[in-house]
Design a protein around this ligand. Structure first.
Ligand SMILES: [Fe+2]
Length: 429
């Protein structure tokens, strides 16, 4: 039996991830409140607050401190690069069932999926039913992306300390990849680089060849998908990093910039550009990370489509540019596996205009007021791209079509007539 073959309710609950802190020291603490087995639901269930109070038990306090010191203190895992570019430079041919660029190519994208919850399992099942040629995770394995969590919540290897069924990230028939993110770096990348990446990468005869680095490019004669690592520099000096003034800017590391400069971008290249990253360039509810967009302006002078996660919601943004950064159509798909924050009525950053937000409350047996998990389905046909944003029930919420114009600019040719306003409250069954 594979990890995804069994019932969905044997996995973790969303309530254990509600309010998860971006401060690593607090995330390590919240991790201690996770029950050791799936909890009883309905009448007779222990109120969630009692479970959360367990972090104050002496055993859990000791475990918190020892895990934090062991996993968070010390040097980061070395940043991996393409050491032998003659054999592998991280630029791979994007292909579907055949080897022709005219073939249909399907890519599934999800962000912030690595919770190991019942909902993450359901999203993975939907991705599998899409039968993608490539399945790409935009990063974040929870709580802190340590080796045990990477095995249990991403690679489908049970944790002997728990009674939960593990979750496995679905495979693409041509390739399976995962981006680096802040939670992977809370354990200094020692779950992500040495354990996760060797299990991913291009698939040849059904076998993963290993993802050699946290950045890569998939391309054909029409498109280039450039995957970035915004996670490696998302941590700073332990404890000090939790003070807002010292928050890292998630800049693209030097070796990644050198790869973009020397191997990827050429001024004469007029293919359509799609960026994949973890941290948001913009948001109408949270501050954006603009540093990467400024770095990318060295190479990109035309609007791009940019998929990211980090913020746990689905949001389709209008064309956006900050300062000297690139111009992008941002798509936040950080709704893969975490509890989804319903959009507040108040927009905090009006400079970032949302075209679509999902206001629907997700019916659940945990009494949580949250939104729906889901992912994005990309289908390429020559110079056209169709994107469907779907939830864990396979409902298409928003769809759009793009075409590459002369000069490599992207033009949207069709889109859902999507409601932006908050709909009438829907009953929670
Ligand atoms: Fe994140």
């Amino acid at each position: 039996m594979t990890p995804n073959d069994s019932r969905p309710d044997q996995r973790k609950d969303l309530q254990d991830f509600v309010g998860l802190s971006h401060a690593p020291i607090v995330a390590y603490l919240q991790k201690q409140a996770l029950p050791r087995m799936p909890r009883q639901k309905g009448a007779g269930a222990l109120p969630g607050i009692f479970q959360k109070m367990k972090i104050f038990l002496p055993n859990n306090q000791w475990r918190w401190l020892s895990e934090y010191l062991r996993c968070r203190i010390g040097r980061k895992h070395p940043f991996l690069c393409y050491e032998d570019p003659e054999r592998d430079n991280g630029i791979y041919h994007l292909e579907g069932d055949g080897e022709h660029d005219a073939d249909e190519i399907r890519i599934a994208l999800a962000g912030d999926w690595g919770t190991g919850t019942d909902e993450a399992f359901m999203v993975a099942e939907r991705i599998k039913s899409f039968d993608p040629h490539y399945a790409i995770h935009l990063g974040d394995v929870y709580f802190v992306g340590d080796p045990t969590e990477v095995r249990e919540n991403f690679l489908g290897i049970p944790n002997p300390q728990h009674a939960y069924k593990p979750c496995v990230w679905p495979r693409g028939s041509r390739g399976t990849f995962s981006l680096n993110a802040n939670h992977e770096m809370y354990a200094r990348g020692y779950g992500y680089f040495p354990l996760m990446l060797p299990e991913l990468g291009l698939s040849i005869h059904g076998r993963p060849q290993g993802q050699k680095a946290s950045f890569f490019c998939l391309e054909n004669q029409y498109w280039r998908l450039v995957a970035l690592d915004t996670g490696y520099r998302s941590i700073n000096i332990p404890i000090i990093e939790d003070i807002p003034f010292f928050s890292p800017d998630c800049a693209l590391p030097g070796p990644l910039m050198a790869w973009l400069r020397e191997s990827v971008f050429r001024p004469e290249d007029k293919r359509g550009i799609i960026l994949l990253g973890h941290h948001q360039y913009c948001s109408c509810f949270q501050a954006g990370y603009t540093r990467q967009a400024e770095q990318l302006a060295e190479f990109i002078q035309r609007p791009v489509l940019w998929f990211w996660g980090h913020e746990h919601r689905l949001a389709i943004y209008e064309k956006f540019q900050a300062g000297k950064g690139i111009t992008a159509f941002g798509r936040c798909i950080g709704h893969g596996g975490m509890p989804i924050a319903l959009p507040p009525d108040q927009v905090i950053h009006p400079e970032c205009q949302a075209e679509f937000l999902d206001y629907r409350p997700y019916p659940n047996d945990e009494n949580l007021k949250i939104g729906f998990n889901g992912f994005a389905r990309l289908t390429f046909r020559r110079e056209t791209l169709a994107v469907e944003y779907v939830d864990l029930n396979d409902t298409v919420l928003f769809e759009e079509s793009w075409k590459i114009e002369e000069g490599g600019a992207l033009e949207r040719t069709a889109a859902s007539d999507a409601p932006l306003r908050k709909p009438q409250a829907m009953p929670i069954s």
